[in-house]
Design a protein. Structure first.
Length: 230
C-alpha cells in the first residue's frame, strides 16, 4: 500500500539552531526498549513562541545579539552554532524581525571575543543603532547549513516526520515525531499515535530509512517494541 504525501506541521522548536542540536543514527540497540506513557499531548502541546511559525524550516539561527560592543555599531553575540569560525565565510545573514520576515543584512567584519563573536553589520554605525538590535537572532537560510556526517540529523529535520512501519511490503502509518530524547547512548524518538505516545530507539536496526526531505521515517520494529508501548 502506498503512502500519500501529506503536509507536515511546522517544527515544534521555538528556535532552529544550526549546530549543537543534532543526533546520530546508531547501529546498536539498547538492551531493553523503554515503555512509553499512554495518553496524548506530551511535547506536542507545549506553548512555543511564534518564531518557528514566522519562518518554519526556512532559516537557522547561528547567533543571538546580546548588546552593543564598541563605538562604531559593533554588536556582541552568543553563538548558536558549533564554532565562531562558522562566521568567517558569512557575507550576508538575516536578522530576526518580530513584525515580518527576517531582514537580510551584510556582514562587514566578525571576530571572536571570549567565547562569543563580535559582528559589524553594514549600515549599523553607532551605539544607538546597535542597541536596537539587542535580543535579535541572526539567521542563515536553511540551505546554507553545515554539512553533517552520514547518519547524522538535525533535530528539526526529524520533528514532524511521519513514522511508517515497513513489513513484508506493507506500509502502516504509526504516527508523527514530536520530540527526540537524548539518552547518552541510543536516542529515542517520541512518536504521537492515535493510541498515545510510542518510544522508538533511533537505531539503524529499527529506523531503516530516514528521508528528511519527504518528512518520513521508515521503521522495521520488532513486534515486542510496539507491544511494550501498547
Amino acid at each position: 500500500m502506498g503512502i500519500a504525501p501529506r503536509a507536515v506541521a511546522p517544527p515544534l522548536d521555538p528556535l532552529l539552531k544550526e549546530e549543537g542540536t543534532r543526533v546520530r543514527l546508531l547501529r546498536r540497540l539498547p538492551s531493553s526498549p523503554r515503555r512509553g506513557p499512554r495518553g496524548g499531548g506530551g511535547a506536542a502541546c507545549r506553548d512555543w513562541a511564534n518564531l518557528a511559525e514566522a519562518a518554519p524550516k526556512r532559516f537557522l539561527a547561528v547567533a543571538r545579539i546580546v548588546r552593543p560592543q564598541g563605538r562604531r555599531g559593533e554588536v556582541l553575540a552568543e553563538l548558536l552554532t558549533g564554532s565562531s569560525l562558522r562566521f568567517q565565510a558569512l557575507r550576508q545573514v538575516f536578522l530576526e524581525n518580530a513584525a515580518k520576515a527576517p531582514e537580510p543584512i551584510k556582514v562587514e567584519n566578525v571576530w571572536s571575543h571570549k567565547g562569543r563573536v563580535v559582528i559589524k553589520f553594514l549600515g549599523v554605525d553607532s551605539i544607538a543603532s546597535a542597541s536596537g538590535l539587542k535580543g535579535r537572532h541572526v539567521f542563515i537560510p536553511t540551505e546554507e547549513r553545515m554539512s553533517l556526517p552520514p547518519n547524522h540529523y538535525f533535530l528539526w529535520e526529524l520533528k514532524g516526520c511521519r513514522v511508517v512501519s515497513e513489513r513484508q511490503g506493507r506500509h502502516v502509518e504509526v504516527g508523527t515525531v514530536t520530540d527526540i530524547e537524548p539518552t547518552g547512548g541510543v536516542d529515542v524518538l517520541h512518536v504521537a499515535t492515535s493510541h498515545g505516545e510510542v518510544l522508538i530507539p533511533l537505531a539503524q536496526a529499527i529506523c531503516t530509512r530516514i528521508d528528511p526531505q519527504m518528512n518520513m521515517i521508515f521503521i522495521a520494529p520488532p513486534e515486542i517494541l510496539l507491544d511494550l508501548n501498547a
